[in-house]
Design a protein around this ligand. Sequence first.
Ligand SMILES: Nc1nc2c(ncn2[C@@H]2O[C@H](COP(=O)(O)OP(=O)(O)O)[C@@H](O)[C@H]2O)c(=O)[nH]1
Ligand SMILES: [Mg+2]
Length: 437
Amino acid sequence: MSDTIFALSSGQGRAGVAVVRLSGPAVRETFRSFGGRIPPERRATLLSLRDPDGGDLIDKGLCLYFQGPRSFTGEDMGEFQVHGGRAVLARLLDALTNSKGLRPAEAGEFTKRAFLAGKRDLVEVEALADVISAETRGQLKLAQRLASGGLSDRVGRWRKELVSTMSLVEAAIDFSDEADVTTDPSVDVAPRVRRVLGEIEEVLDDGGRGERLREGVTVAIAGPPNAGKSTLLNLLARREAAIVSPFAGTTRDVIEVHLDIGDVPVTLVDMAGLREGGDVIEAIGVTRAQERIAKSDLVLWLEPVTESGKAPPPSGANILRLNTKADLACASSTSDALSISAVTGAGLTELHDCLISHVRELAGMDESVLITRARQRTALRNCAEALEGLSSQNGAVAIELQAEHLRGALRALGRLVGSVDVEEVLGEIFASFCIGK
Ligand SMILES: Nc1nc2c(ncn2[C@@H]2O[C@H](COP(=O)(O)OP(=O)(O)O)[C@@H](O)[C@H]2O)c(=O)[nH]1
Ligand SMILES: [Mg+2]
């Protein structure tokens, strides 16, 4: 029988109300010893909570009881909603610690129990962690979609289809022992496998957008010295994050600002202007700048309008060209770069709109994106590879080999949702949760 765990599930620090959650076999007994009775299931009940050791009043608060298996963890669960003061909480948590059969929960332990009870699969558990850590609306939407089974439902359908295909193949293997049977199962197997493979490839073919939305999009502000890079960073950040000066070579370190642009988390990176010469320190700055450009999802390439086209942007990068200091140009520029001026404000609204559409595109804000982690991508790719081995060799594959490929594909899907050999990933995933979840 498992231990009964408890934790402060609401945030640390003074608050109007704090929530202490419990899960495990001793929940009913804890209600009895602290509150004198067990609240009716799923009905908020006001109880006076007393320290079982001595009977002192700890606090009066709303209590909730969820009887297993109809609870988040699948076990009996309880909630004490008490006043969120330091003394109240210290008193309550102390009394719980001193109660027989109770112990403080480890990080993510409630969710781990939910997973082990089959209430949530691994993808949903990961998404739940993302719901809690989401900082922008876009991240939240994606996390919620996955937490409520966006990917799991698909995987469930694929598994069902592959399991039934597997049974066809296995039946054929059994029959083939009875020498006179000549049925070729590949006739039925190939189109089924191709259909599943097609759907998996569609999900995989998302350009890594889900990972980008979860982790954030990096946008580099680059160009020659004095192009107005730091000025633009400050404008977008709405604060003086970087030093602006008329002297070329002012910015040497890489400066990062985190912003929410169009519901996508964006890291905006200002850096040294790219040029040769300059002192040793500036040269280090230039090397760092080049490294950051290479790692960025989008590069804003800035050049003063008066020198437009003189400095070629780095090749290979995803570039958005900007002509800065538009106020200095006599006539409007003929290049296809967007013209902006920090002095008159010209072009800034267009730039902002343009940035929103670029980062939203990069982060895949549409409904089709379903993968948010490398772990998920690897598992799906393994599944696709196993299926490719099966469908590419058309009827020629021996049925024993077909069965082997199908087993490989099913194992990969099992790993994705956590139904097979997951021990090694479990620790990592649950440790990233807060205590109390
Ligand atoms: N006229 C004009 N000057 C600008 C504009 N943007 C920046 N500057 C000036 O250009 C110089 C270099 O700007 P800074 O942002 O430090 O450029 P960086 O070296 O690319 O970071 C400073 O003197 C800024 O005041 C602009 O839109 N118009
Ligand atoms: Mg600068």
